[in-house]
Every structure is written in structure tokens, then in C-alpha cells.
Design a protein around this ligand. Structure first.
Ligand SMILES: Cc1ncc(COP(=O)(O)O)c(C=O)c1O
Length: 421
């Protein structure tokens, strides 16, 4: 008898799942290459529920005006809605205060903010920071740009063959010059869920002054996050992977840390007073939000958070775990497949290569069958080099994926096998 998601899911959490979730996403009414679309690329960017689209167009149609400026009802309503999203995000990750939530464009900008504000003020020649070998380029390149200027060293925690971090290496990398541990919570290639709280505890036990930054771009979407339980100083998320629009990301920073950080970008809205003799800056978070923010996108992100928490993050996780078990089993039916990252409890990200086809040829057949996957280096070139893989296919899940998507993926793979092997 075929295993169904509901068997797995009900066993995992007992949380009922409403099977109409897909109807909340207008994109699934669209066809791709004349086939109903099967979207297996949510690790890149998630599709948008109707509630998000409606919140954004509603704000633009009914009370559009700039925030923090106007002394009239539209502007005040828009400001109130924008600021309310800060509170929603603080609750979403259990921040102690909504003053710890800074809006950015995306994770990339959030990390650049930390690098250019905290990093520039605190790092010097001889200092060291620690990254991992499974970082997205967003958590490598900004540090390297500043490194060129300031001359600190970058140390790297290696990755083992199964995709688990070589955590035994971490204590050996720590020294009195270590200033920061910045690492990805869930790898966008391997799906490995790093033991973030344990890593932070190790570092803080060595020296509580070492800062910690968690890149939660992939983890925020698949389960509950609690920054206070993690004990991190910074955490970043990108709204477009959280079913929100592009253009709205989040940097969480512990308030006492943010309070000591200089501004990164200057301009309107982040100042108390400006004079040619000198300027005074606002307190966090506004000190770090220069210029008109992407407030319509932030309102969309707020609707996305409401949508996800309405379903419940535990239910989302149980559902995705169930579909992921089916997807992994479907892929295991094919010969000549190598999966990158085989640790237990992975996030629903399945990167693989086939010894009978080049990744881009395989991708082309999947595309013709209406199946969206990602192919390439996934903005994690050092990790791909570590595994000696030129390009992999990545199928990743969102809360809308179901058994039918797994069947369509398997059918497309069988077609590709026939044509390419
Ligand atoms: C782990 C991780 N970090 C950072 C990013 C960068 O996100 P964005 O391009 O939205 O800034 C991504 C996006 O794929 C990611 O998966």
C-alpha cells in the first residue's frame, strides 16, 4: 500500500492539515509549458498566497502614503501598519522587543548591515571571524570585502561527507582573537539543520563577548524560531522565502548590541537632527533604516506571517516533513543518483546529481514537464567545490506541495531517464 502524506503527518504531530492550502496560491492556476505547474523551488523563493497580494494591493488602493512623515490619516494608517509588522516579526521569532527588528531588503542586506556597521567598528588586523564551509555567498562575500580593507582573518568550520558540520573543529578555531561566529542555520544545498543553540553555547562559554549571527533564511520558513532560546546576537531572514514579497527582509539584533552600533547608511528618517555642524541619529531600529523603506513589501510580509502563523509552524513542519519523506523515497527509486547531504532531520531540500545526465539537461526535461527545480551551484560555490560537484539539481518544498507534486516529479524523472540515459 502506498504511504500517503496524511499517514506520515498524523503520525508525526497529530496536527490536522487542511488540504485546500494550494487554493490559497493563485499561481497554481497557471500553467508552465502547458502543464499545471509543480513548484519545487521554494528554497529559492516561495510562491505568494492571495492574502499577501491582497494586503499589498489593498494598501496601495485604499490608503497609500509615505510613512513616518505625514500628519494626515493615510500616512498615519500606513505608518501604524508598517510598525505593526515589526511587532509580528518580533513575536514570530520571540524577540524581547520590536525595537530589535530592523527592516532590510533581504538577508543579503541584513548581513551587509552587520558587516558594515558592527564589523567596521569592531574588527581590526589580527582579529578572526568564523564562518562555515556551507555558507551562502551572502554570508561570505560581504565579510571578504571588509577583510580586504581591515585585514582580519576568516576561519572556516569544515563540512563532513554526510553534510554535517565538523563541530569538533569549532573549539580548535576559537582563540582570544575570535570576534564573531556567523553561520547558516539550515543549508540551502544540503538541507542540514545546524545545531545553532549548541554552537552558540560553545562560543559564548569560551568568551561571551564573541558575537553570533545566524542566517535563518532557510530555517525561518520550516519551523519555529526563538532567538532568545538560541541566544544569538543577530539573526537574519528574507521575506520572499517566507511567502512574502521581494524587497522585505529582516535583521534581528539584541538591543544592547544594536544600541552600540553606528549607522550604516545615512539619509532621511534615521536622524534626530541634521546640521552642517553635525548630525544626531535615532535609536535602533530606525537608526538603521535610512530613506523610504519598502513599506508596501513590509505590509505584504506582515500578511505572510499572519498566513503562516494562522496555519501554525508546527503543522507546516509536519506537513513538509511528510511530503519530503515521499519525495526522497521517489528519488531513491532511480539508479545512479547521489544526494548531497544525508543527515537525519534535514529540512525539505533535496540536492542531487545523476550519473546518467548533466544537471542542466535533466533540468530541461523537468521544465518541459512543468516541474520547477533549481540547477547550479546555489550561491554556495565553496560548498560545491568541497563535494566536487559542478552543478546539482535542487528540489525544495513549501507548505503547498503534496503527493501529486511528488508523482509529477517522479514521472518527469522517468521521462528524463528514458531520454538521457
Ligand atoms: C541560506 C541563505 N542565505 C542567504 C540567502 C540570500 O537571500 P537573499 O538573496 O534574499 O538576500 C539565501 C537565498 O537563497 C539563502 O538560501
Amino acid at each position: 500500500m502506498r504511504t500517503m502524506i496524511k499517514d506520515i503527518k498524523d503520525g508525526a504531530s497529530g496536527t490536522p492539515w487542511h488540504e485546500t492550502v494550494k487554493d490559497d496560491f493563485p499561481i497554481f492556476g497557471a500553467a508552465m509549458n502547458n502543464r499545471p505547474v509543480v513548484y519545487l523551488d521554494s528554497a529559492s523563493s516561495a510562491q505568494k498566497p492571495r492574502a499577501v497580494i491582497a494586503a499589498m494591493s489593498g494598501a496601495m488602493e485604499h490608503y497609500y502614503a509615505n510613512i513616518h512623515r505625514g500628519l494626515y490619516a493615510f500616512s498615519q494608517q500606513m505608518t501604524a501598519e508598517f510598525e505593526a509588522v515589526r511587532g509580528k516579526l518580533a513575536a514570530f521569532i520571540n524577540a524581547a522587543s520590536d525595537k530589535e527588528i530592523i527592516f532590510t531588503r533581504n538577508t543579503t542586506e541584513a548581513i551587509n548591515l552587520v558587516v558594515n556597521s558592527w564589523g567596521r567598528a569592531n574588527l581590526k588586523v589580527g582579529d578572526e571571524i568564523i564562518l562555515t564551509a556551507m555558507e551562502h555567498h551572502a554570508n561570505i562575500v560581504p565579510w571578504q570585502i571588509l577583510q580586504k580593507e581591515l585585514g582580519f582573518a576568516i576561519r572556516v568550520i569544515p563540512v563532513l561527507d554526510d553534510g554535517w558540520l565538523d563541530l569538533a573543529a569549532l573549539p580548535n578555531l576559537l582563540c582570544e582573537r575570535t570576534k564573531m561566529l556567523a553561520f547558516v542555520h539550515v543549508s540551502n544545498v544540503l538541507g542540514t539543520v545546524n545545531p545553532a543553540a549548541q554552537m552558540i553555547r560553545t562560543v559564548k562559554a569560551f568568551n561571551p563577548a564573541i558575537m553570533t549571527l545566524v542566517d535563518a533564511s532557510q530555517s525561518a520558513v520550516h519551523g519555529t524560531l526563538d532567538v532568545q532560546a538560541l541566544g544569538c546576537d543577530f539573526l537574519c531572514m528574507t521575506g520572499h522565502k517566507l511567502y512574502g514579497p521581494t524587497g522585505a527582509g529582516v535583521l534581528y539584533g539584541r538591543y544592547d548590541v544594536l544600541d552600540k552600533m553606528p549607522p550604516w547608511m545615512g539619509g532621511g528618517d534615521m536622524i534626530v537632527s541634521v546640521d552642517f555642524a553635525g548630525t544626531t541619529f535615532q535609536d535602533p531600529p530606525h537608526r538603521f533604516e535610512a530613506g523610504t523603506p519598502s513599506f508596501i513589501d513590509v505590509i505584504g510580509l506582515g500578511a505572510a506571517i499572519d498566513y503562516m502563523t494562522g496555519i501554525g509552524m508546527d503543522a507546516v513542519k509536519a506537513r513538509e516533513d511528510g511530503v519530503f519523506t515521499l519525495l526522497s523515497a521517489a528519488l531513491a527509486d532511480f539508479d545512479g543518483i547521489t544526494v548531497m547531504g544525508t543527515t537525519a532531520g534535514k529540512a525539505p531540500v533535496l540536492s542531487f546529481t545523476a550519473d546518467w545526465a548533466h544537471a542542466s539537461d535533466l533540468n530541461m526535461i523537468l521544465d518541459q514537464c512543468g516541474v520547477c527545480v533549481r540547477t547550479g551551484k546555489h550561491c554556495a560555490e565553496p560548498l560545491m567545490k568541497r563535494f566536487g560537484v559542478e552543478a546539482s539539481i535542487r528540489a525544495s518544498l513549501g507548505l503547498y506541495n503534496d503527493e501529486n507534486d511528488v508523482d509529477r516529479f517522479a514521472e518527469a524523472m522517468r521521462k528524463a531517464r528514458k531520454m538521457l540515459a
